[in-house]
Write a protein that binds this ligand. Structure first.
Ligand SMILES: Cc1ncc(COP(=O)(O)O)c(C=O)c1O
Length: 422
């Protein structure tokens, strides 16, 4: 090909990730056949039953009435005044007392993941995550020359596979002195699974034991992007109660996303957050992450930060926003329940789903099944180990209808695959 001058590392095969590619196909189908004829279960944005983007009314009001300086002015690299406090109020309900907390704004949770992958590992080292994960985890690792390793997320009982986690973490530490573990819980994308407090305690115990070798550096990055869509406030925050104490060669960081908690996907704001037993370490974290921001995207949209600070510094406004979100959460939970009920009736098997935007349907040949579904104007995301369906973006009626159609496609593929073996 002429006029292509990329260096080899940049000149990659699949320019568009699977989710974006299938999503584009779904949008084209909607243009051609109309929204009623298409099930678009590809996006991670909340949509109402008519297909409109769901935005928290308080967030919309604050965005629309913002003065131009809040829209156009630069923001400080480490966040506008009150940002760190607002993140804590959002995540913990109060200024956190168990740890020293520092937060640096990032373009969405995606930016926070980038900062973790870049700043806690060396060139060529491996990140450890679950086999069921958000696709861009792998791409962020590739972009930064990190290997992406996974372990089996579920054991035979459909619970978090602590043993597989332990084995994979030990194996990585035989090859490198640093370990970065990314776990997306509660309301995991793509399964909707929420780790229990006990499961998180076991993970922390394993990490603490691995950190007994003092030359190791161990970072746990909890991607809690969906925390506000994972049951009650107390239920969803139980993971934090499991963290407890950890030694000086360990750190716990969080990925915070305003795309999900504040329905501001396009405003590109989130944060990387550190929980540290030591003030000086938290301050160092803030410096290092701020420099990393300067060297990549510079500062982060001021208006999004401003909205967060306004909401979280005013208890009445916070309550109002929480009430509005509660309503969104109920809609998604109801759709999830409708899908699961219809899935049981149709005889398709899903990974354990507790709450959240997505669920995973098990099938032998996800790519082929997704293709067959596309021909019937049903767009789901094929993964290596199943199909991702999005109760957050699909109407209740379609959530009820989809499982039987998915079952048909699964059976059709199984039949084709069985015949092709002869
Ligand atoms: C698991 C997970 N983490 C992080 C993100 C980042 O989202 P954003 O960058 O929009 O905050 C997403 C988005 O879909 C996600 O699914």
């Amino acid at each position: 090909m002429n006029y292509v001058t990329f260096s080899p590392h940049a000149d990659r095969e699949n320019a568009m990730d699977t989710i974006s590619a299938v999503s584009q196909m779904a949008r084209e189908a909607i243009r051609k056949y109309g929204a009623d004829a298409v099930i678009n279960s590809t996006m991670g944005e909340c949509q109402d039953d008519k297909g409109n983007l769901m935005v928290l009314p308080t967030v919309e009001r604050l965005l629309r009435q913002a003065p131009v300086t809040d829209i156009c002015a630069y923001a400080p690299m480490g966040g506008i005044p009150g940002f760190n406090e607002a993140v804590q109020i959002s995540l913990f309900g109060q200024i956190e007392k168990r740890w020293f907390v520092e937060s640096v704004p990032t373009p969405g949770g995606c930016g926070a993941l980038r900062h973790a992958v870049w700043n806690f590992l060396e060139d060529g080292e491996a990140v450890l995550s679950t086999d069921y994960h958000w696709g861009p985890y792998r791409e962020i690792c590739q972009e930064h020359n990190r290997r992406f390793c996974t372990f089996s997320m579920f054991n035979d009982a459909g619970k978090f596979n602590t043993e597989a986690f332990r084995a994979a973490a030990e194996k990585i530490l035989e090859q490198q002195p640093r370990l970065l573990v990314i776990l997306n819980t509660p309301a995991n994308n793509p399964t909707g699974y929420s780790m229990t407090k006990e499961e998180m305690e076991r993970v922390m115990n394993i990490l603490r034991r691995l950190a007994e070798e003092p030359t190791r550096k161990i970072t746990l990055c909890l991607d809690v992007s969906y925390i506000d869509f994972a049951g009650s406030f107390e239920e969803s925050r139980a993971v934090f109660d499991a963290i407890g104490e950890f030694p000086p060669n360990m750190l716990v960081t969080l990925v915070f996303s305003m795309s999900k908690s504040y329905t501001m996907c396009g405003m590109r704001c989130g944060a990387i957050v550190c929980l540290s037993p030591e003030k000086a370490a938290a301050e160092r974290f803030k410096q290092v992450m701020s420099v990393s921001s300067r060297a990549t995207w510079s500062n982060v949209v001021r208006l999004a930060q401003k909205v967060l600070v306004e909401i979280c510094s005013d208890p009445a406004l916070k309550q109002q926003t929480d009430r509005e979100r509660e309503h969104f959460k109920q809609i998604i939970d109801e759709r999830g329940a409708l899908f699961l009920q219809a899935a049981r009736e149709a005889g398709i098997v899903c990974r354990p789903y507790d709450h959240g935007y997505f669920l995973t349907i098990l099938c032998r040949n996800p790519a082929r099944t997704a293709q067959i579904l596309q021909k019937r104007q049903i767009y789901v995301v094929p993964m290596a180990n199943g199909l991702r369906f999005s109760p957050c973006a699909v109407s209740s009626e379609k959530c009820r209808k989809a499982p039987a159609l998915i079952k048909e496609a699964i059976e059709e593929v199984e039949e084709i695959d069985a015949n092709s073996r002869f």
